[in-house]
Design a protein around this ligand. Structure first.
Ligand SMILES: Nc1nc2c(c(=O)[nH]1)N[C@H]1C(S)=C(S)[C@@H](COP(=O)(O)OP(=O)(O)OC[C@H]3O[C@@H](n4cnc5c(=O)[nH]c(N)nc54)[C@H](O)[C@@H]3O)O[C@H]1N2
Ligand SMILES: Nc1nc2c(c(=O)[nH]1)N[C@H]1C(S)=C(S)[C@@H](COP(=O)(O)OP(=O)(O)OC[C@H]3O[C@@H](n4cnc5c(=O)[nH]c(N)nc54)[C@H](O)[C@@H]3O)O[C@H]1N2
Ligand SMILES: [Mo]
Length: 753
């Protein structure tokens, strides 16, 4: 039997040249290497043909939509790695937990922990115990029910969700949590696109994007801001290529020159595989971290000055125009070159492309959402789109590119600590029990409440709360102060070994696996980044016969905790997911005839996209006045962005290479401008510590990073998440959305001792 890989440590890091194009043969080889290492050759071949096929499973790699006409195998390197990671043959079974104490597991890297393989049965860490030990499902549910019953208030528990959870499991979970009596439903979205949701709800009345895949392919200008699709949404490159071949222009706005935006060798085509590929970005703007609001403000002022705005659209559909015009023409905007690091020529060139375009789409991801002023920044981009009348027509609109494959669906299902009254009213009518009305805690507020002792029980539907959340030391302390911590998970991770007084690990089926309930095969549904809902059905035998589906775990637990307190047929739901879909249909608009329509899939209604209608209080799309306040970076300090390498899925580390950025065999690197390296008195290859400083002067450290000279604006640094999460202060969050500011951390560097 082959052994899972060991972590070679960071001594062997190799630094080479960043790549100037993405995918092609190296992508296929890399995917196969990961597949074979985790699954062996036969399983690799069998599994990869079912990804994103009509009767297969939805890829858990990202939320980018599937094309209507699917390639025989919609090949995507990182999708293949995501699948290999779940369909691995390695097992973290009872022997593993008997051999390794919690403390010993925690001493290893995230890479090592994740590579131990799939969990196989429920495990329990008793108070004071050093090792997890097997426990029956029944006893596990009993323990949770006892702890929940012992609370003085339902608000003393918090229920986290990561974004892989199916619609059916998410709907049942939120019904259970609200029946229990709390809106403490934080989710990964709080750390991800919450800023997009806040900005879009306010301005266009719906917290989702307004484009479809066809729109992307019909656009004549695509602006990709703060996103690295070559790594994080590789299938997006195929759409960009199609748009490009139809004559679209592409602008990339990013402190880094990401390979995926330069040139794409499509692994689906012969031309791509022969390596000529397609040039993607026509204009790259190497913006300073957090300079985006100043850039779009400058563009918007120019649009007004040149009268390059859509008067009819504004008159018919928008509010706030006079205030915005007065604000922008007052001329007290920031010095755009200082704020962005771009030249005036760059700003003019970008403006010209915006003016010339009849169909513009702006796409964005974490480079925009994880700053203090993220909501205002996204609102300024909405201004650009609205001033140009770019909503509700083909090839135009707003496109926040989601991360987790069902993060958008989970929110649609009600995984939200701040549900609207309208949502709760409908839920109350559909499910027949009163809903808690007081808003709950998001991720950061939950951590704060665990630290003060207000929250005593932490339950997670997937994810890796400790490593994903900011301020790792504070978050660890928060979890350790809990009475009970519970994780429903597929594989072990760091959150499982930083526990409350006692802890449970409940192993679940993944998307790739067959799900039989009561002898009947079940399917689930997910919603992608463009609001398309479709079915997902596993194809592999489960990793262990003891695994239960997320739906089953939620329903079993609800039955045990609530008895018959609410009129929900939990047992029936868990045996027939179609019944949950019927309840979803009754409770949530847009899901008419849900179960029947699921086979073909359908797109949820979007008033802005479908009818140029805006469901804001005024009934109009709101232009907003946004004031740019740069992040204060004291002399001798840098702004650090914490980002993903090419070989990871959030906190799951697939491998130790970041091929496109030329980094091999290790992750502890910090990418810096050569002048900044010199200014700190170090040299390339030096080992340094990163120290962040918050507004109160508190310091946080993360040690031993290798300095890499990189093409990034002066004053801007980049290093990988989750290693650097320890540097993000817990209370440093985006205004309004509460998202941790993981892309603008003020740091200094010091040579390591
Ligand atoms: N393979 C793989 N796929 C994934 C994931 C994964 O980890 N691995 N994660 C999934 C998830 S949950 C998400 S949310 C998405 C994340 O997808 P991305 O948002 O692409 O992920 P990041 O690596 O955080 O990249 C942020 C990008 O923003 C740029 N950036 C940083 N700061 C700024 C700024 O101030 N302004 C501008 N204009 N750009 C900036 C960075 O240089 C980088 O290119 O991907 C999803 N897909
Ligand atoms: N510094 C910094 N921090 C960040 C970010 C950043 O850019 N910088 N990005 C943020 C973003 S965008 C996000 S979305 C969050 C991600 O936060 P999370 O969603 O909490 O983290 P993941 O790493 O995606 O979770 C991985 C774990 O999920 C479990 N898992 C995998 N598949 C399944 C499944 O099917 N069911 C269940 N129940 N469990 C499963 C496995 O046990 C695995 O270890 O991190 C955020 N944190
Ligand atoms: Mo995300």
């Amino acid at each position: 039997m082959r052994q899972p890989p060991e972590d070679p440590g960071d001594e062997k890091i190799e630094i080479g040249e960043p790549s100037k194009h993405a995918a092609g043969v190296p992508a296929v080889l890399s995917a196969l290497r990961h597949g074979v290492r985790e699954m062996g050759p036969v399983r690799t071949a069998r599994t990869l043909v079912h990804i994103n096929q009509e009767r297969g499973f939805d890829c858990m790699g990202c939320a980018w939509p599937d094309p209507g006409k699917r390639h025989h195998a919609e090949f995507c390197e990182n999708g293949a790695k995501a699948v290999a990671e779940e369909a691995t043959r390695f097992r973290a079974d009872r022997d593993f937990f008997a051999q390794w104490s919690v403390e010993d597991i925690a001493r290893n890297s995230d890479f090592w922990i994740g590579k131990r393989g799939r969990l196989t049965e429920p495990m329990y860490l008793a108070p004071g115990a050093t090792h997890y030990a097997p426990i029956s499902w029944d006893d596990a549910y009993g323990l949770i029910a006892d702890e929940l019953a012992a609370l003085d208030s339902p608000d003393e528990a918090t229920f986290y969700t990561s974004g892989r959870t199916s619609n059916e499991a998410a709907f049942a979970y939120q019904a259970f949590v609200r029946a229990f009596g709390t809106n403490n439903l934080p989710d990964c979205s709080n750390m991800c696109h919450e800023s997009s949701g806040s900005a879009l709800n306010r301005t266009v009345g719906i917290g989702k994007g307004s484009v479809t895949l066809e729109d992307i392919e019909q656009a004549d200008l695509l602006v990709i801001v703060g996103q690295n699709p070559g790594t994080n949404h590789p299938r997006m490159l195929s759409s960009l290529e199609t748009a490009k071949q139809a004559g679209a222009k592409i602008v990339s706005i990013n402190p880094l020159r990401e390979a995926g935006l330069s040139r794409f060798d499509n692994p689906q085509t012969v031309k791509g595989m022969l390596g000529r590929g397609t040039k993607l970005a026509d204009l790259h703007l190497p913006i300073r971290i957090n300079g985006d609001m100043a850039l779009f403000g400058a563009v918007n002022r120019r649009l007004l000055e040149r009268d390059a705005i859509d008067h009819a659209f504004i008159a018919n559909h928008c509010g706030g125009f006079n205030e915005l015009r007065a604000h922008l023409l007052r001329g007290d905007e920031p010095d755009v070159t200082a704020a962005t690091g771009l030249s005036i020529e760059d700003v003019e060139a970008f403006t010209q492309l915006v003016v010339d375009s009849k169909r513009t789409i702006v796409c964005w991801a974490m480079g925009l959402t994880q700053h203090r002023n993220s909501v205002a920044t996204i609102q300024e981009i909405v201004n650009t789109i609205l001033l140009r009348g770019m909503i509700g027509k083909p090839g135009a609109g707003l496109c926040p590119v989601r991360g987790h494959s069902n993060v958008q669906g989970d929110r649609t299902m009600g995984i939200w600590e701040k549900p609207t009254e309208a949502f709760l009213d409908r839920m109350e009518t559909a499910l027949g029990f009163p809903q808690p009305r007081e808003h709950g805690h998001d991720v950061v507020e939950s951590i704060q409440a665990m630290l003060t002792g207000e929250i005593k029980v932490f339950i997670a539907m997937g994810g890796n709360f400790l490593s994903a959340a900011p301020d790792t030391n504070a978050t660890a302390e928060a979890l350790q102060r809990c009475r009970l911590t519970v994780h429903v998970a597929t594989k072990p991770n760091r959150s499982h070994v930083t526990t409350g007084h006692h802890a449970l690990l409940l192993p679940t089926l993944g998307r790739t696996e067959k799900d039989f309930r009561n002898g009947n095969e079940q399917r689930v549904s997910v919603e992608d980044s463009m609001s398309a809902v479709h079915a997902s059905r596993g194809r592999l035998a489960p990793a262990s016969k003891h695994l239960r589906s997320e739906v089953a775990i939620v329903c079993d637990l609800a039955e045990r905790v609530l008895g018959d307190r609410v009129p929900v047929p939990w047992r029936d739901w868990s045996n027939d997911y179609g019944l949950i879909r019927n309840a979803i249909e009754a409770a949530i608009p847009g899901f008419d005839d849900f179960d029947a329509r699921l086979s073909d899939g359908f797109v949820l209604p979007s008033p802005p996209r479908d009818e140029v209608r805006f469901t804001t209080p005024s009934g109009r799309a709101e232009l907003t006045v946004n004031h740019f306040v740069p992040v204060a970076v004291p002399e001798g300090r840098l702004l650090l962005q914490t980002l993903r390498s090419h070989d990871q899925y959030n906190t799951t580390i697939y491998g130790l290479n970041d091929r496109y950025r030329g980094i091999k065999s290790g992750r502890r690197v910090v990418l810096l401008h050569p002048d900044d390296i010199r200014a700190f008195g170090v040299v390339e290859g030096a080992i340094v510590d990163l120290i962040s400083e918050d507004s109160r002067g508190v310091e946080r450290r993360s040690d031993r990073y290798r300095v890499v000279e990189y093409d990034t604006p002066r004053g801007c640094a980049a290093a990988y998440y989750p290693e650097t999460n320890a540097l993000v202060p817990l209370d440093s969050v985006a205004e309004e959305s509460g998202t941790p500011t993981s892309k603008s951390v003020v740091i200094r560097i010091e040579p390591s001792a």
